[in-house]
Design a protein around this ligand. Structure first.
Ligand code: URA
Length: 267
């Protein structure tokens, strides 16, 4: 019996590792296709790929870290950080908020940490992230890859207070709030990160000028944690043609994590 369990565990670990390798191969092949287009293998000159791998100068890493050790929030426990946020006046959003929306879900090594843009009206009223229409849609995406905010997901936002009229958070608001997010990541230690929409994706990748089309569907690393970017559920509700790319991105993340898609599409 013990031997069967052991074998099962080993098989699961192997399947998960193979999934990761396969996802990396997909990425590698797409680089090759971009660089050379379809064509005869023998005519391919791999020197530009070699240059990318071994550049003359150190490339800008796609990993973000830049923790400012002097910020007192980097020394706080999860509970202290949350209670600090409840009284935060570091930016102007504190003047118009009803509630601070800190985060919800699994706080100990969740499989995925979801990062949205900022609380909307319902979230501001309830003090909880993604509880409106976009949140219900997000829950369906998560369920489609066997994830749930009730068990193995943590959900938060780039800013913890609602921007008036649901405008995008301003850069100074995001940077005032960024230490909360970084310390949440440090304390919660998610196995992966999923950024929803452009404000979260540009902040977390450090690629401020990139479009969502350029950032989605790729793996980045934040503090060594694998990170995927995709469209925001609210954007998909406005433009249903984004459903397919989101589903592709979710499947890629699920494969990397060794998760079984629950079947069907993200509807
Ligand atoms: N949109 C977001 O980005 N975050 C929320 O919490 C709700 C809607």
């Amino acid at each position: 019996m013990e031997r069967t369990d052991d074998l099962k565990e080993k098989r699961e670990a192997l399947a998960s590792a193979l999934g990761r390798t396969d996802a990396l191969m997909d990425d590698f092949l797409s680089v090759l296709k971009q660089d050379f287009g379809p064509g005869n293998k023998s005519s391919r000159d791999f020197s530009s790929v070699a240059e990318k791998i071994l550049p003359d100068e150190e490339p800008e890493p796609e990993t973000r870290n830049n923790r400012e050790p002097e910020d007192e929030r980097f020394h706080m426990s999860y509970e202290a950080l949350c209670s600090d946020a409840m009284g935060c006046t570091r930016c102007q959003l504190c003047k118009t908020r009803t509630n601070v929306v800190f985060g919800i879900g699994c706080t100990d090594r969740p499989v995925v940490m979801v990062i949205g843009e900022g609380p909307g009206e319902n979230e501001d009223l309830q003090g909880l992230p993604f509880v409106g229409k976009a949140g219900q849609y997000l829950d369906r995406w998560l369920a489609a890859i066997s994830l749930s905010r009730d068990t193995n997901v943590y959900i938060t936002n780039t800013v913890k207070c609602r921007p008036p009229q649901n405008r995008d958070p301003f850069p100074d608001e995001k940077s005032a709030c960024f230490a909360y997010l970084k310390q949440q990541i440090q304390l919660i230690r998610p196995q992966s990160i999923l950024c929803l929409g452009r404000p979260a994706s540009t902040l977390m990748t450090g690629q401020a000028d990139s479009s969502m089309g350029a950032l989605r569907g790729r793996f980045f690393f934040f503090d060594g944690i694998p990170m995927m970017c995709t469209y925001h559920p609210a954007a998909v509700l406005r433009d249903l043609s984004l459903k397919r790319p989101v589903w592709e991105d979710l499947k890629k993340l699920a494969k990397y994590l060794g998760l079984a898609p629950a079947g069907g599409s993200n509807g």
